[in-house]
Design a protein around this ligand. Structure first.
Ligand code: IMP
Length: 433
């Protein structure tokens, strides 16, 4: 089966951009299946750095078809900004395909995102403010506008006329005002439809046909397992299924179409936004990881909270996603620490807990149970040269750390990343595609 899925094992800041781009080198199609412009995928190619939010990572390669699946929520203004930025680098974006069934993030969704956060008082989720939750809520409530609607003036007009008054009343109840000008909104959306008509299609047919034709298809997850609406740290999650199950509904492919799942896992843990984080470090070590790892959100610029690697989380992710292996990233950030801790279980009210709890209050009370491992020293010379020499060239302490993670999770570390560049990667997988 020539398909791969790349999915975050933690809270979405695992370095998926780099790994997805590395794997996309051989892909014919790169397909996103959930989320929206809340994602932040940083990709470094030579001296160029791309920060993508909505567009699939494949978009920086001219020969790749980049699919925005029906499971996404598309912010038309953001799409325009990203395409414009891409074109400035000399790339055409011609490989883009937008699902006609994807929902549209409307201008009022952003306003409602802010208003809902304010209404939560001290219990904010810490959203990216990009209208993601309100847009997905409308999709489920059958009050969404879909990309295909932008090509049908009569349908669009009718949908907006039905939905707008309800939204106005809801906003008022939260103390916000939408001031919706239905005519202006319809005109704006129709103009987007016209501009992008060439890209809009039934992407389920496109992707299934490509798989049947033996093309290499990569499914690109956004956010991460712990932000999954069902299996993350609910309610401190995003509003979509980030786990591999989301691929089927978010692209329109059967479960049998999902081949190897690769779980991108940072060598320590970070998260932005609010919510429980059992292995969080608020001390000097946490500060050190934040500074050395450059832990600031790609989308919002917020400082990420940092902590030791939480293996309860990674095991949860391996099981839920059916991960065949993990891609272990940012190991170099742990260089030069005397000792390194890993969280192997939680203590919840005196009980040892090995599986990730569903109850947020239990999580808030959970204390990490750590094991302590030896650290290792930085290497001399270039990291790319080190990687050329392969796994055995890595410091002994780092290899022991990797082996510990493999034993605990039950899956191999197929890819090891020790720097931002593509050549700062060691690929140990036997089978590629
Ligand atoms: P939303 O997705 O904007 O509704 O935000 C919900 C939660 O998910 C917040 O804690 C965000 O910080 C977090 N979040 C959303 N997208 C990402 C991402 O791509 N990486 C990391 N955190 C994210």
């Amino acid at each position: 089966m020539p398909t791969l899925a790349v999915i975050g094992s933690q809270w979405g800041d695992e370095g998926k951009g780099k790994i997805t781009d590395y794997l996309a080198e051989d892909a014919d199609l790169v397909v996103r299946y959930q989320g929206g412009a809340n994602a932040g995928h940083t990709i470094k190619v030579g001296e160029e750095v791309f920060a993508l939010h909505l567009l699939p990572s494949g978009i920086i390669r001219e020969n790749v078809i980049s699919v925005v699946g029906n499971g996404l929520v598309i912010d038309c203004d953001e799409l325009e900004v990203e395409l414009e930025a891409l074109r400035k680098t000399g790339r055409s974006g011609k490989g883009l395909r937008l699902s006609d069934r994807a929902n549209v993030v409307m201008p009022y969704h952003r306003i409602l995102d802010g208003a809902e956060e304010r209404a939560r008082g001290s219990k904010t989720v810490g959203t990216t403010g990009r209208g993601i939750g309100p847009c997905y809520s409308d999709k489920i409530a059958r009050a969404g506008i879909r990309i295909g609607d932008l090509l049908d003036e009569e349908l669009l007009r009718d949908r907006i006329a039905t939905i707008a008054p309800v939204k106005e009343r809801f906003a008022e109840s939260l103390g916000a005002e939408l001031g919706l000008d239905q005519e202006a909104l319809v005109a704006k959306l129709l103009s987007f439809g016209k501009k992008w008509e060439q890209y809009i299609t039934d992407t389920s047919v496109l992707v299934n046909d490509a798989i049947k034709a033996g093309k290499k298809v990569m499914f690109e997850g956004a956010q991460g397992t712990m932000l999954d609406i069902d299996y993350g740290t609910y309610p401190y999650v995003t509003s979509s299924n980030c786990t591999s199950a989301g691929i089927c509904t978010g692209v329109g492919v059967p479960p049998s179409a999902v081949g190897e799942v690769i779980g991108v896992t940072k060598a320590y843990t970070t998260r932005v936004g609010a919510g429980p984080f059992v292995s969080e470090l608020t001390d000097e070590v946490g500060k050190h990881l934040q500074t050395k790892g450059g832990e600031f959100g790609t989308t919002t610029g917020r400082a990420r909270r940092c902590g030791w690697l939480d293996l309860v989380v990674v095991r949860h992710a391996v099981r839920l996603n059916g991960m065949a292996c993990i891609a272990l990233t940012k190991l170099d950030v742990l260089n030069d620490l005397d000792t390194i801790k890993v969280c192997v279980a939680y203590d919840v009210d005196g009980k040892r807990v090995e599986n990730f709890p569903s109850n947020v209050r239990h999580l808030e009370r959970a204390k990490p149970i750590y094991e302590e491992l030896d650290g290792w020293k930085s290497w001399e010379g270039s990291t790319a040269e080190l990687c050329k020499r392969g796994y055995e060239a890595l410091p002994q302490g780092m290899r022991s750390y990797i082996q510990y993670i493999e034993r605990s999770t039950g899956v191999p570390a197929g890819i090891i990343s020790v720097g931002k560049g593509r050549d700062e990667t060691i690929d140990r997988r036997h089978k590629k595609w």
